[in-house]
Design a protein around this ligand. Structure first.
Ligand SMILES: [Zn+2]
Length: 608
């Protein structure tokens, strides 16, 4: 999935890993399973009506229904049950059964006098995101984690879901197999697969095509300025390049649900599909369109890395609480490394553009003070309470496992190329992991098994790398790695200017400090987040341009008085200015690269 730094999201488990074909065959005798019905009679109110028909499965006094507290792939407890209302239950004779809510997301229904229970409820669904269900007067998106309760203890039971579209909506699309002779009805082997299969309802455009010999559907929801035929051709290139890495395509069908929005951007991977959100007018020009290609490439790569090759902790999911892993830097970061690399290999990004992306990722990591405080393994583990809950101090204390993980992916790839003299690269590690843990052992991988796989392919110990840069925060000698392929990383910030070491936002005519950067003169001098900047040396300041103009008159070491309003009281803070030390790295060729360096460079970027 994606967030403002770089953020795309995602995850899954093993029972979900059946292909659509397997799902279809194993459900042929599923008539006694759990049946969901989802209706949307008043879409402008944003309420879905849901019913769950389930035979009384337990020889107990009650049946419990639960709604997940989070969506797999998006690591935040979101408490979806706060949107639920009007929960009631009937038996097979339409007689009411007792329903008692016993905690935030569990409803207990009496089994007395019942051989079958029909639980019904309404769900307010007006959060437009890839991790929630959504309903308005134009369309509906069903994300079962936020809409469909599961029957406690019976998540493995087969499921049918019947969709009853609003009266003027004609199309229902999902990667789930359709049930023959039952309109808008689909089957799932179990609850995990239902959660992993978004359903789109409306009058959207459906573009069918083949990629790597697998049938694909592109669902275009809402107006947009994209050219579908170009998009299809480019998706085909991306898919073909990714299949080359894993030497396998794991799906019998794949669905791309593309919601076109005013400004939202993001994606969530699923077992046989993905849900993307993208600004509707940003498919042109080419520079903006490339961003969509990167999103597409990222989510598609998750088809292997996360949905099948997954950290051990991420499956089977516990839908009721946090699921901790230190490996999101592999699940998301390595995926972020590959999303752009695949575009380069598919000739959807030039060499120059790609090298700029690599340098830009390094600049983000090096200019983020938090990357010296928090290791990527810690960032992964604490995603639930830190990455997904950023505040004014996040930049000082947290690293971003997407960008930081992508940089580590770059370094690992270069190291593997170097140690194997170009015979192996990170592709070989990913393919080995996929074949060994997903296909052969059919389990998630343990944390140490990723390092072991890198060492197996590389043939040397990588302990220092993992201790220093994965579980540690030691500064990287970038030019050691880029030197392997005849490149060097040069800092182009040769004429630094003075600054206050802060980030600001305009709030009407007010200029307010958002973050005070650790290591800057504002941090040591006493400025604070939420301070409103009023004046500097008695000159009124209302915007960043005025501040910049004044600071340009001052040299490193000069002192200034900054007048701020703090919690409604005026305070003057004396700051000793220092030059900003922002790193502005660019990759360029070494003066006289050797033939070996040139060859490794071509291997790295798959240039021939
Ligand atoms: Zn992702």
């Amino acid at each position: 999935m994606f967030y403002l730094f770089i953020f795309l999201l995602i995850m899954n488990l093993y029972p979900q890993q059946a292909t659509a074909t397997e799902v279809s065959s194993s459900l042929s005798n599923a008539d006694s399973g759990i049946i969901y019905t989802v209706s949307m009679n008043e879409p402008h109110t944003h309420y879905f009506e849901v019913s769950i028909q389930v035979p009384v499965l337990d020889n107990t006094e009650y049946t419990e229904f639960k709604l997940p507290v989070w969506t797999p792939g998006s690591y935040l407890v979101r408490e979806f049950s706060r949107k639920i209302e009007s929960v009631n239950a009937n038996n097979e004779q339409q007689k009411s059964l007792s329903v008692k809510k016993i905690n935030k997301n569990t409803w207990r229904v009496s089994n007395k006098n019942a051989t079958q229970i029909v639980l019904s409820y309404r769900v307010y669904s007006f959060e437009a995101s890839v991790r929630t269900s959504f309903l308005d007067d134009t369309h509906a998106t069903i994300n079962a984690a936020s809409l469909c309760m599961y029957v406690a203890g019976h998540q493995k039971s087969p499921i049918k879901i019947r969709v009853q579209p609003y009266k003027t909506w004609k199309t229902v699309s999902t990667a789930l197999p359709a049930v023959a002779n039952e309109p808008h009805t689909f089957s799932a082997t179990d609850y995990d697969l239902l959660v992993d299969s978004p359903i789109e309802v409306g009058n959207h455009q459906v573009v069918k095509f083949m990629a790597a010999n697998v049938p694909h559907e592109l669902l275009m929801v809402g107006p947009h300025n994209g050219d579908e035929q170009t998009m299809v051709k480019d998706i085909q290139k991306i898919v073909e390049e990714q299949v080359k890495i894993f030497n396998d395509h794991p799906c019998s069908n794949y669905t791309i649900l593309q919601t076109n929005t005013e400004a939202m951007y993001g994606g969530l991977e699923h077992l046989n599909s993905t849900h993307l959100m993208y600004p509707r007018w940003d498919y042109q020009p080419a520079s903006k369109y490339q961003r969509w290609l990167g999103l597409m490439s990222h989510e598609y790569f998750h088809l292997w890395n996360v949905k099948r090759l997954r950290p051990f902790a991420l499956g089977p999911f516990n839908y009721e609480e946090e699921n901790y892993t230190e490996m999101l830097w592999v699940a998301e970061g390595i995926t972020s490394y590959y999303d752009d690399l695949v575009l380069r290999r598919a000739d959807l990004m030039t060499e120059e553009q790609y090298l700029n992306v690599v340098a830009d990722n390094i600049n983000k990591v090096e200019n983020n003070a938090g990357s010296k405080v928090e290791a990527v393994t810690q960032s992964s583990f604490d995603a639930w309470i830190k990455y997904y809950r950023p505040d004014e101090n996040s930049e000082n204390c947290c690293t971003n496992y997407y960008v930081h993980g992508a940089v580590l992916g770059t370094l690992l790839d270069l190291a593997i190329l170097h140690h194997t003299k170009g015979q192996k690269k990170l592709d070989d590690v990913m393919r080995y992991m996929y074949e060994e843990y997903y296909k052969k052992q059919q389990r998630g991988f343990h944390d140490e098994e990723f390092q072991q796989a890198v060492e197996k392919i590389t043939g040397v110990s990588m302990t220092d790398f993992f201790q220093n840069h994965v579980s540690g925060t030691k500064t990287v000698d970038y030019n050691q790695y880029f030197g392997y392929v005849g490149l060097q990383l040069k800092n182009t910030n040769s004429k630094p200017t003075t600054d206050l070491g802060i980030k600001t936002k305009a709030d009407g005519n007010r200029l307010v400090i958002v973050t005070v950067l650790r290591g800057g003169c504002g941090y040591s001098g006493g400025l604070s987040a939420n301070d409103e900047l009023l004046a500097i040396d008695n000159f009124r300041i209302t915007n960043d341009a005025q501040l910049r103009t004044y600071l340009d008159t001052k040299k490193n070491g000069a002192e200034v008085d900054v007048l701020v309003s703090r919690n409604g009281m005026l305070t003057t803070v004396r700051i000793k200015l220092q030059n900003n030390s922002r790193f502005a790295g660019m990759l360029e060729a070494l003066p006289n690269p050797t033939t070996a360096q040139k060859q490794l460079y071509k291997r790295w970027l798959s240039l021939q």
